[in-house]
Design a protein around this ligand. Sequence first.
Ligand code: ADP
Ligand code: G3P
Length: 498
Amino acid sequence: MSRYVGSIDQGTTSTRFIIFDRKGEIISSDQKEHEQLYPKPGWVEHDPAEIWRNTEAVIAGALQRKGLAAGDLASVGITNQRETTMLWDRKTGKPAHNAVVWMDTRTDQLVARLSEDSGKDRLRAKTGLPLATYFSGLKLRWLLDHVPGAQKAAEAGDLLFGNMDSWVVWNLTGGTEGGLHLTDVTNASRTQLMDLETLDWDRDILNLFDIPRACLPEIRSSSEVYGKARGVLADVPVAGILGDQQAALFGQACLQPGEAKNTYGTGCFMLMNTGEKPYQSSHGLLTTLGYKLGKEKAVYALEGSIAIAGALVQWLRDNLGLVRTAPEIETLAGTVPDNGDVYFVPAFSGLYAPHWKESARGVIAGLTRFANKGHIARAALEATAFQTHEVIEAMTKDSGVEITELRTDGGMVVNELLMQFQADILNVPVVRPRVIETTALGAAYAAGLATGYWNSTRDISDNWGVDKRWHPAMAQAQRAKLLAAWTKAVDRSLDWAE
Ligand SMILES: Nc1ncnc2c1ncn2[C@@H]1O[C@H](COP(=O)(O)OP(=O)(O)O)[C@@H](O)[C@H]1O
Ligand SMILES: O=P(O)(O)OC[C@H](O)CO
């Protein structure tokens, strides 16, 4: 029997391949960053060909590192940055355009037009999502409008639409030579084209957006054998697909209603398992698919999405040169004892949950001659914690569940200063699990459950363990003062763009 399970984690910043054992421990991994392209203010693109090259390279790299071969893997799972949208040519395998990344705001006029008569929530009941630049349906509309001949080719099924999961699976299973064109329910739920209850593309919304069904992938469960890989993973069953935030929910063993996790990556995403019924938010959260294991009933989640978290650290590094590496932000922030009354609202793509304001833009508020780069670094880290506080407040109002401890993961959770501040501002303990690559682990679990490598979700709960816990240590008056100032800063960011 094969000894391990592999997981492809195609994130916003980088692509990883991670190999896990039965205990959920990492045996080997490899990672490659890809280029972020900013053609215009508000636009963010990725080169899909580069992403597929990186995917192949990291698979080979992780196998080589431990002298492993495809035959050592029982199955492979895929997890991905969600909503990032692409179209490619079925016959040549060439992308018709760069991928339009989830945080891109180019569809803001489409959003405004569609919201004009019936408001932003007109599709909420069916899709769980407000009209926003975030989701892939309107990004696909934009591509069909702007790539010459795309609408006709999509109608003929010659151009294929996909989020990154579909692109990776299609290439992994043979590409132009019989590659599978499919997606899973979690990714499909982020297109704003799928009905949350029927788990099928919705005819009325396809008509409203004028999207041809012929270009859409088949929607499958998150855990089943879809087919076999070719190339470097030849013959390994491809058996799990989950959007990255849902994969983290699964990998963090949030398997019971009321259990939640918060993932701190490029953006920051809190998801709470709400069980087998979609639960509509009235406080600015999203209703989304959590996971669906084979023929079992779908499990739903409430989500608070924050567009800019680690991306702000990247921005300070790449656009301002304030630090040379992301971890240096902690050292710089540690040169000052507090934020010096500086607040940084990173509304680079507008504000997502719970505000959903396309027209917000980034502001640094509270500057005086006293402020230095340490304060800016600190304000940048604190921004993620303040935004998480807003999301948790909304989550509690919606679900009635008081979070008593926050499970965290993602690239930023190595940052101790952030984790302590997060515990302080939430006034609940913050927990980091032993394996922080829970996104990749979640997709590995989905793939391993489908092929009998793991027996049941009990194995997931048994494997979960704590690495570190941060306890709140801030006085209530101080917390209240900081939160009030943050709210004022958020107000300053609103309605900036026309
Ligand atoms: N020590 C650190 N402190 C703060 N942010 C960090 C640190 N290390 C990495 N990051 C941020 O974490 C993000 C990468 O996290 P990751 O989970 O790999 O992201 P993704 O899945 O979105 O590609 C980057 O935006 C980076 O700026
Ligand atoms: O790549 P991440 O971890 O920032 O996740 C991106 C999200 O899936 C966007 O919805």
